[in-house]
Design a protein around this ligand. Structure first.
Ligand code: NAD
Ligand code: DAU
Length: 344
């Protein structure tokens, strides 16, 4: 079972598994919140090894019924509320889904696998944000103490702790990965890269928080999916692996690069899109810098990003330029309300 398979990263994981493992039965459990979109999986929806289940991880009865129906031997858990800004305006939804939803899945897996844990695996997909914020130097290691700073990262940290506690207390076979910022096709345009591509395309202001000197480590989403495949199959039981792009960018430098690339695509004069940059009030509690050390994953399982940032960004921009219908569908309705409240 893959949870959250209709979302950004989940859809890339589902596609990779459906295409790579014809002998697996892959069940995608997703509640189709504002972030879930079956359009993301149009190309594989009729594959014989793929099943979609519309269900909510907050509903324990629904979760238990699905474990009973399919007798899952592996869970890759991605379903979550994922946007930091939304966690600042509505923390409860994050506590509910990310903590209680994860607990429901753990309880169902525990009940099904009890006494028969061999060959089973609960894979929890987490974030580098659980480690808190770095200053100019240093990297997040697997041993870095947790220090989450936003309701989102605190809820993800809580779910990581629960997974480890179930491993320790009930012998739940698990792995956890903590990944840096992803980008790529099908990314919901509330996050920096797709939001700014869409705004440049439609000639809207680019809302840069604070001084713009916040730093993130960007990874192409398909490389995250490749890492998940490797860790799911070959990661050591009870271990944590950090995943990152070896690719740090200050927001403002990244925004200028996006503007430059978009100028070329849109036939604008060089520098024209940069005029849209608009510094606005900072995100409360904004983490200054994330940078992740993914050496363990590289050394143990030979993983390294396959796509350079230049290639990945170019593919991503091309995808957003070619997929007006997808963008129009996800930016109508509720998105407009969210946008005007967030950036009023
Ligand atoms: P997303 O917001 O794009 O997708 C989340 C998916 O989960 C959606 O399909 C949504 O419908 C589903 N979902 C939400 N609540 C649900 C519920 N109660 N029951 C069932 N399904 C539900 O998120 P994403 O960016 O693809 O992130 C996926 C996972 O990866 C999350 O756990 C996130 O914390 C983690 N992560 C994300 C990033 C990133 O850069 N986006 C980086 C590291 C880790
Ligand atoms: O590090 C992994 C995390 O990356 C994931 O766990 C989260 O699910 C994912 O949303 C992402 O969190 P960030 O907060 O880093 O991503 P976001 O795209 O929201 O913001 C990236 C940076 O850009 C951050 O410093 C805030 C800034 N920003 C963002 C938005 C949306 C702006 O300056 N303006 C904006 O409008």
């Amino acid at each position: 079972m893959i949870t959250g398979g209709a979302g950004f990263i989940g859809s890339h994981v589902v596609r990779l598994f459906v295409q790579t493992y014809p002998d697996y039965r892959i069940v995608n459990l997703d509640a189709l919140t504002y972030a879930g979109n079956l359009e993301n999986l149009k190309d594989i929806e009729h594959s014989p090894n793929y099943i979609f289940e519309h269900a909510d991880i907050n509903n324990a009865a629904q979760v238990n019924a699905l474990f009973d129906k399919y007798k899952f031997d592996g869970v890759i858990h991605l379903a979550a509320e994922s946007h930091v800004d939304r966690s600042i305006s509505d923390p409860n939804a994050f506590i509910q889904t990310n903590v209680m939803g994860t607990a429901n899945l753990l309880n169902a897996a525990r009940a099904l696998w009890k006494g028969n844990e061999d060959g089973k695996r609960f894979y929890h997909v987490s974030t580098d944000e659980v480690y808190g914020s770095l200053v100019e130097t240093g990297y997040f290691m697997q041993t870095t103490p947790y220090d989450p700073q936003s309701p989102y990262s605190a809820s993800k940290a809580a779910s990581d702790h629960l997974v480890r506690a179930y491993g320790n207390t009930y012998h739940m076979p698990f792995v956890i990965t903590n990944c840096s910022n992803n980008y790529g096709p099908n990314h919901f345009p509330e996050k920096l890269i797709p939001l700014f591509i869409n705004n440049i395309k439609t000639n809207k202001p680019l809302p840069v928080y604070g001084d713009g000197k916040y730093t993130r480590d960007w990874l192409y989403v398909v490389d995250h999916a490749r890492a998940i495949d490797l860790v799911f199959h070959r990661g050591r039981n009870g271990e944590t692996y950090n995943i990152g792009g070896f690719n740090e960018w200050q927001n403002i430098e990244l925004v200028k690069l996006l503007c430059k690339e978009m100028d070329k695509r849109l036939g604008r004069e060089p520098g024209e899109s940069e005029k849209l940059i608009n510094y606005i009030k900072d995100r409360p509690g904004h983490d200054r810098r994330y940078a992740i050390d993914a050496t363990k994953l590289n050394k143990e399982l030979g993983w390294y990003p396959s796509v350079t940032f230049e290639e990945g960004l170019s593919k991503t921009i091309d995808w957003y330029m070619a997929n007006d219908e997808w963008l129009n569908n996800v930016t109508s309705g509720d998105y407009q309300k969210y946008y005007s409240t967030q950036y009023q």
